[in-house]
Design a protein around this ligand. Structure first.
Ligand code: DAH
Length: 345
């Protein structure tokens, strides 16, 4: 009996020292095996030794051993809890580090340009219309006064979906026809959207890009209204001080037609080698004109009573020019480093 008591005292001392050294779950497990292992653990050894005691001592010895076993268990359980806690703390965030704010997402730059264009025209009383991206030859060309075989069709590198009728719209102008078919004047709309052309991608071309079309039809609309509206829009979108110039041009659906340039905002018309305007001082920004009387007739609007003007411009092109973006393809590559430059974050 005395021997057993001494042995237990020795084990207690060993336990005390060993628990101080426990650092992780592994060393805890080792200690558990050493003390409580079923075959050769200290408690088992004590139980085995008990067999050799005289019968009257067995009961007390059993109690002392059980008490020791319970103490060992308590100590090891306590250590296990503190190990778990420190593990959680070491895996948890370091609360002293500055936070990383998540990226919330933002509108694509083209969407931002489009929003700005829309809001300027909405303030002038225009409403927004949309039309299908898959069109027929009739809406994309014929109703816009491009007769079959007309050479001007060659200027629009058309992607046909079948031999001669269905196609991907090459401009937003067909929306003019769809709107005028549905509604009678007064009409004052813009139609933003995607257009498609058979073009290999390069810094200034893409088989898909964005345009916005404008159309006004009412009594007594003149070229002066066209000039005033375009002039106001461009000065609001770019800068109050830019110069705007109208050059005679040709489109089958407008007569007279014009192309509109603005003074180069990159070199301010001062750099003969400017890489944006090529030294000319001007950058072409849109096409426009008075709606051809034949187009009005095609949609049953009487050109004797009504007149109108229309315009069309590239949204991507306009944004490229405003922000001096050197390559149109950046818009469609979806490289987040580029896209995020335009968002507020
Ligand atoms: N649809 C023409 C294009 O894609 C642009 C255009 C020019 C639209 C004159 C118009 C306009 O409405 O009047 O090149």
């Amino acid at each position: 009996m005395r021997e057993i008591k001494n042995q237990i005292d020795a084990y207690r001392k060993e336990l005390e020292k060993a628990t101080a050294r426990i650092k992780d779950a592994e060393s805890l497990q080792e200690l558990h095996t050493l003390f409580l292992g079923r075959k050769k653990g200290y408690v088992t050894l004590l139980m085995n030794a008990m067999k050799f005691l005289p019968p009257e001592e067995k009961r007390d010895a059993g109690q002392i051993i059980n008490l020791f076993k319970k103490d060992v268990q308590d100590v090891l359980d306590g250590r296990q809890k503190s190990i778990q806690k420190s593990r959680i703390i070491s895996f948890a965030a370091d609360l002293t580090l500055p936070g990383r704010s998540p990226y919330w997402g933002a509108p694509h730059p083209l969407r931002l340009f489009q929003n700005r264009i829309e809001s300027i025209f909405q303030k002038m009383g225009f409403s927004i219309e949309e039309g299908p991206e898959i069109e027929t030859d009739f809406y994309n060309f014929e109703a816009l006064n491009f007769p079959p075989e007309h050479p001007a069709r060659d200027d629009w590198d058309t992607l046909y979906l079948d031999k001669d009728d269905w196609l991907l719209r090459t401009h937003t102008s067909p929306v003019q026809i769809r709107v005028m078919e549905k509604r009678k004047p007064p009409i004052r709309i813009i139609c933003p959207g995607k257009v498609f052309r058979k073009e290999a991608p390069d810094p200034t071309h893409s088989p898909m890009f964005y345009q916005v079309e404008g159309l006004i039809v009412d009594h007594g609309i003149t070229f002066a209204h066209l000039k005033g509206t375009i002039d106001f829009f461009l000065r609001t979108f770019f800068h109050e001080k830019i110069k705007v110039r109208f050059r005679p041009s040709f489109f089958p659906f407008t007569e007279p037609s014009a192309e509109v340039d603005i003074s180069c905002t990159v070199c301010n018309q001062k750099d003969d080698n400017c890489r944006v305007c090529g030294g000319s001082g001007w950058v072409e920004i849109l096409g426009a004109g008075m709606v051809d009387p034949q187009v009005l007739k095609n949609v049953n609007i009487d050109p004797e009573k009504y007149s109108g003007f229309a315009f069309g411009m590239g949204i991507d092109r306009t944004g490229m020019f405003q922000y001096q973006i050197p390559d149109l393809r950046y818009f469609f590559d979806n490289d987040l480093r580029f896209i995020r430059k335009f968002s507020r974050q």
